[in-house]
Design a protein around this ligand. Structure first.
Ligand code: NAP
Length: 436
């Protein structure tokens, strides 16, 4: 019997569990740990609340989770409640699927000010992650600046723009909806340090900006390269750039009908956040040119008014005691998923924050192939029985998948009209909802 521990119950974690079941069937036991009492990681707390079709993949993870082979062990923090060394002594393989939950830091003056918020916190806030539910961003000003030109920047700009009606059908949490309802934001500047050919935004997400009820996207046509240059782009990227061209062609009369402007500011590298009385008032940027794919400063600077700044410049994995970490890349040091004998990583914890949810599927299958090569038929470790003894000796309050189903039932029952659920946003309420 192979005893496998997976740390993290997001897409990488559950695709890996699925791969283990496919590979070994009844000849394996898989325990999936999560520090939260609720499963599915980024699907619940990262994917935008108005992207329900993406979130639907959790139904697939459920199929993996409900059998006897795979167990969910929620409300157990690896590194605090149980150490990596302890897990490694109990399981034939420990696979870290902990994602990249920390914001990459913007190292400029003023970036520590109150209304400068990283996307992990801001996205966590509108998605009801218990760690960020109390964030309470100040949306009373008129100008928001979103730094970065990836899909997270698009999520943030879209959420800031939508009307209450446009959130029908989403599972945005009530505290976020309440704050957004009173928002005074009129301009959202999306800052990119490089140009239109270097954006990280995908066409579907970019296209959504065209359909917003009260916001319209602005692109200055002089920022766009000659049309012929698009020929060198791969098809997805060409579609995205074509959308930017469409935005540039939107007539003033249409912009005039929409009270919120989403302005794309290319070739603009943030240099400092300007503060007055400790509050954000502007972002100072330096004009750049792109040389050999890199942004190079021109020395010309200007300021963009800002009442709130949200940095969407990528994420890092949280280090764990005793686990080799690649500081530069912001993820575990690994060779194709191998970290140390018996210790592996998968998903963003392995390759950094890139790709879509689906990219984690082949990653999960690949790591199980590697584990299979390394541990053979296993059977050298105590596995889940050993963990259960340890959990009992420490009085850990483990939340099971059945418990989660009860929590979910309560969330569904509490949903406001038109919403699939009203999430619990603190751990105590989640645990209380599982009943006895
Ligand atoms: P991302 O795609 O890597 O984009 C990060 C952006 O931040 C880039 O434009 C980058 O510019 C910029 N940046 C980095 N450091 C900067 C700095 N110091 N100053 C200014 N700009 C800086 O990251 P993400 O948007 O966080 O997305 C993470 C992953 O999740 C991606 O794979 C994304 O596709 C995925 N995702 C997908 C969806 C969806 O499919 N709906 C939604 C959300 C996220 P440079 O290119 O110049 O470095």
């Amino acid at each position: 019997m192979r005893q496998i521990a997976i740390v993290g119950s997001g897409p990488a974690g559950y695709y890996t569990a699925e791969a283990a079941v496919k590979k070994w069937g009844e000849e394996a036991r898989v325990d999936v740990f999560d520090k939260l009492p609720v499963p599915f990681g980024l699907i619940r707390t990262g994917v935008a609340p108005d992207h329900q079709s993406i979130k639907a993949v959790s139904r697939r993870y459920e199929q993996t989770a409900i059998g006897d082979t795979v167990r969910f062990i929620g409300n157990v923090s690896v590194g605090t409640d149980v150490s990596i060394d302890e897990l490694c002594s109990l399981y034939d393989a420990v696979i870290l699927a902990t994602g990249a939950p920390q914001d990459r830091k913007l190292a400029i003056d003023g970036a520590d000010a109150g209304n400068v918020i990283g996307s992990a916190a801001f996205v966590g806030w509108y998605n009801g992650h218990p760690e960020f539910a109390q964030l309470s961003p100040d949306l009373s000003g008129r100008h928001a600046v979103v730094i970065g030109m990836g899909n997270v920047a698009l999520d943030v700009a879209r959420i800031l723009s939508k009307t209450e009606g446009e959130f029908i059908g989403s599972d945005i949490v009530a505290h976020a909806l309440d704050t957004l309802r009173t928002s005074s934001i009129e301009t959202i500047t999306i800052l990119g340090r490089r140009g239109p050919h270097q954006i990280m935004m995908t066409p579907k997400e970019l296209g959504e900006l065209m359909k917003l009820e009260r916001a319209s996207p602005h692109v200055d046509s002089s920022d766009l390269p000659p049309l012929d240059d698009d020929a060198i782009l791969e098809p997805g990227m060409r579609k995205s750039v074509t959308l930017l061209r469409d935005f540039a062609a939107i007539p003033e009369s249409i912009h005039g009908e929409k009270p919120i402007a989403i302005e794309f500011d290319f070739f603009a590298s943030p240099k400092a956040i300007e503060l007055a009385d400790g509050k954000v008032i502007a972002v100072e940027v330096e004009r750049t040119i792109v040389e050999a794919g890199r942004a190079v400063g021109t020395g010309e600077t200007y300021r963009i008014p800002a009442d709130i700044v949200i940095t969407c410049i990528g994420y890092e994995t949280s280090p764990l005691d005793g686990v080799p970490f690649d500081e530069r890349a912001g993820r575990f040091a690994n060779d194709e998923g191998r970290i140390l004998p018996g210790l592996y990583c998968v998903g963003w914890a392995k390759r950094g924050p890139s790709g879509t949810i689906g990219t984690n599927r082949p990653d999960g299958y690949a790591v199980i192939d590697i584990v299979d090569e390394d541990i053979g038929s296993g059977g050298r470790k105590q596995g889940r029985e050993g963990f259960d003894e340890l959990a009992a000796s420490r009085a850990l309050d483990v939340v099971t998948f059945r418990d989660w189903q009860k929590i979910e039932e309560a969330e569904i029952a509490a949903a406001r009209q038109g919403s699939p659920r009203e999430k619990f946003v603190d751990i105590e309420s989640m645990i209380a909802a599982r009943g006895t």
